[in-house]
Ligand binder design. Sequence first.
Ligand code: SAM
Length: 272
Amino acid sequence: MGNEQNVATMANQEQEFGEEPLEVRESGHYQDEYIKGFAERWDDLIDWDGRAASEGDFFIDVLRQHGAKHVLDVAAGTGFHSVRLQDAGFDVVSVDGSPNMLAKAFANGRKRGMILRTVHSDWRWLSRDIVGRYDAIICLGNSFTHLFDENQRHRVLAEFYSVLAHDGILILDQRNYDALLDNQGDGPSHQYYYCGDDVKAEPEHVDEGLARFRYTFADGSVFHLNMFPLRRDYVRGLMREAGFQQIDTYGDFQESYKHYDPDFFIHVAQKA
Ligand code: SAM
């Protein structure tokens, strides 16, 4: 096959959920979900300018408060936080298990005059691919939700813990699935993270073991993500079991909030 044809085939590649999409509940399946076409459109979904405005300097401030310099962005995606943090003077290494997302992150860095240091790695085997210890790990944009198996959640948090310095911090966020599962609130408003105007992101199916979201883009293309609906206090418990000593959980970047109000929870977990 000629090179042009090859590229066209990759771009036209479709997500693979098989005959029973609601039965797809596997931690490794993200690899088949973040295909090239979805990675190419991801930035329409997250809208870099809107996202930067809504989160402000929250992450930069938390990292500075903890004296962090070396940051591992383990769910780099298309590079939004890696670029912001590198721009703010942090020493950043960008990790992702999807080569498509990582390639897009690198291209996004280049567009902004930066070379991102990218590492293709799956969190489940992170310590195999990462050398040295980091002051902070960020796992943002509702990424931890891709792990469907409880043992693997334990394992991944242990991997994160092991590549952190003795006083390192983990910043991990998640959608407020409690509101979705308990049918509270107005559903996700996308006010904070997913700000693109021309994109619709809506839950197609929700049960205690699966949140399947549909993403419809302005050009009519449709993609899906199958995710595990993490409850807030369950995640806090997992972090505690992994050995993190203090866990502060913010709701849409605020310290005080009503449980069902925020779109997102942000956990800041300290090792010491
Ligand atoms: N942080 C980015 C953002 O906020 O735009 C991307 C978020 S996207 C929802 C989740 C990312 O996590 C994807 O790029 C996906 O490839 C990555 N991911 C999911 N499971 C992973 C795993 N087990 N190991 C490494 N990366 C994973």
